[in-house]
Design a binder for this molecule. Structure first.
Ligand code: RIB
Length: 297
């Protein structure tokens, strides 16, 4: 079985469902409020575990009730939490507004995630034992760089989701194998307005790029091969929160299993399409049999 390590965030998502998100200065009445375990790191870990990998999570939760529930949710999906530390203070939270079209806006308060600013004893050993290390940018950059460098030292594939988007330092790009921005992040990182041009510019920095294009699908570029555009299944979205994380976690499993790239992208797109038809991030992610049933070659 493939082994995926995730170095990243855990957040309790505080989600408000509303017809239309309020504008600045406006007050609106929402429909429902839910607390749903999330965080880009934890989401990717759960997606990968449900897709069939052995998964270990490196990160931190606070010593509050959210922390207990975040750990419990990971464990329930089969994610190993031995390297998920509990630290003094609040867990990370994400304040999310989801509108009737399934779109969202998110403010993240790092909480315990902010303490993950270095690799702790044992983390490198765990990374060494994995096939792939998944990274995002919801923990301090120093730890992301240290994790990616450790992975590179041991020949472990690194997959970076550059979200929340911020300038990527050369030392991180130098140890990134696959970069998976969404369209907005690709454009922000490169200053190009066309996703294909943005992807091409990113390919000068890392060997492989996948730009996720929401309902349109994904665009894959690698050095020396023709670009690949893989469409997403057409579905009606109720909540797109965590769709990108579902895609990345599932894609990492498929690539580690050495599925052909086209198949891996379609399989990941099938998983993301299932997740957007359900509310919430981690709770919406499909298990492998559902992905297989939805996948079309
Ligand atoms: O990518 C979705 C995630 O972003 C949410 O679960 C939220 O926690 C934020 O981190």
């Amino acid at each position: 079985m493939t082994h995926i390590a995730v170095l990243g965030s855990t957040n309790m998502d505080l989600v408000t469902y509303v017809t239309k998100a309020p504008q600045r200065g406006q007050t609106v009445t929402g429909r429902e409020f839910r607390t749903i375990p999330g965080g880009k790191g934890a989401n990717q870990a759960i997606a990968a575990a449900r897709a069939g990998a052995t998964v270990s999570m490196i990160g931190a939760v606070g010593n509050d009730s959210f922390g207990l529930r975040l750990r419990d949710t990971l464990e329930h999906s089969g994610v190993d939490t031995d390297f998920l530390r509990t630290v003094e203070g609040p867990s990370g939270t994400a304040h999310i507004v989801v509108d009737d079209e399934g779109g969202n806006s998110i403010v993240v308060i790092p909480g315990a995630n902010g303490t993950v600013d270095h690799l702790s004893p044992g983390d490198e050993g765990l990374i060494t034992s994995a096939d792939t290390l998944l990274l995002q940018l919801e923990i301090p950059l120093a730890a992301v760089v240290a994790g990616a460098e450790a992975a590179r030292r041991h020949g472990v594939r690194t997959v970076l989701t550059p979200s929340p988007v911020q300038p990527l330092p050369p030392e991180l790009l130098a140890v990134t194998d696959l970069l998976v921005p969404n369209q907005y992040e690709a454009i922000t990182l490169t200053g190009r307005t066309d996703p294909r041009e943005a992807a091409t510019a990113l390919l000068e920095l890392v060997p492989e790029v996948v730009v996720t294009l929401g309902a349109t699908g994904s665009l894959y570029l690698a050095r020396g091969v023709d670009p690949l555009m893989v469409p997403a299944p057409r579905v009606t979205a109720v909540d797109t929160t965590g769709a990108g994380d579902t895609f990345v976690g599932t894609l990492a499993v498929a690539l580690a299993e050495e599925k052909p790239v086209h198949e891996a992208l379609s399989w990941a797109a099938a998983a993301a399409a299932i997740s957007v038809q359900r509310a919430g991030a981690s709770v919406s992610m499909p298990y492998r049999p559902e992905i297989d049933a939805r996948y079309t070659a």
